[in-house]
Design a protein. Structure first.
Length: 121
């Protein structure tokens, strides 16, 4: 709890833009038509220049930077960096995630740095 509290109020990079959560399929999703299988969770974080679209799979996060651009992606927990990935020229990336917990993404592109809100996986 202490680490989560410190992480919530720490300012990792003064130049990073904070991307707000604009869509979470758990909150905004429409009920399924039929079947027992739950659809994969999707999240969208929007910044002024770049958005991050994410899909939570059984093994990790699959995402894309929009508009498409290459860059470096870091997955962070309140305790520090968990994993890193590279976004290709189409902005696509894949990051392994822990089974549960609070995380955020830090995306570094040629246009700057973007940090998402914290979200639970």
């Amino acid at each position: 709890m202490v680490a989560a509290g410190r992480a919530a109020f720490s300012w990792e990079s003064i130049d990073a833009e904070l991307a707000a959560l604009t869509h979470d399929s758990l909150r905004d999703g429409l009920p399924g038509v039929r079947g027992n299988a739950a659809p994969p969770r999707t999240l969208v974080f929007s910044g002024a220049e770049v958005s991050v679209e994410l899909g939570l799979t059984g093994t990790g996060l699959v995402g894309q930077l929009v508009p498409p651009t290459s860059g470096e992606i870091g997955l962070w927990s309140p305790g520090g960096e968990l994993a890193a990935a590279t976004a290709d020229e189409l902005g696509c990336f894949d990051v392994p995630v822990p089974r549960s917990g609070l995380v955020r993404l830090r995306c570094r592109t040629s246009s700057g740095e973007l940090v998402t809100d914290w979200f639970r996986v």
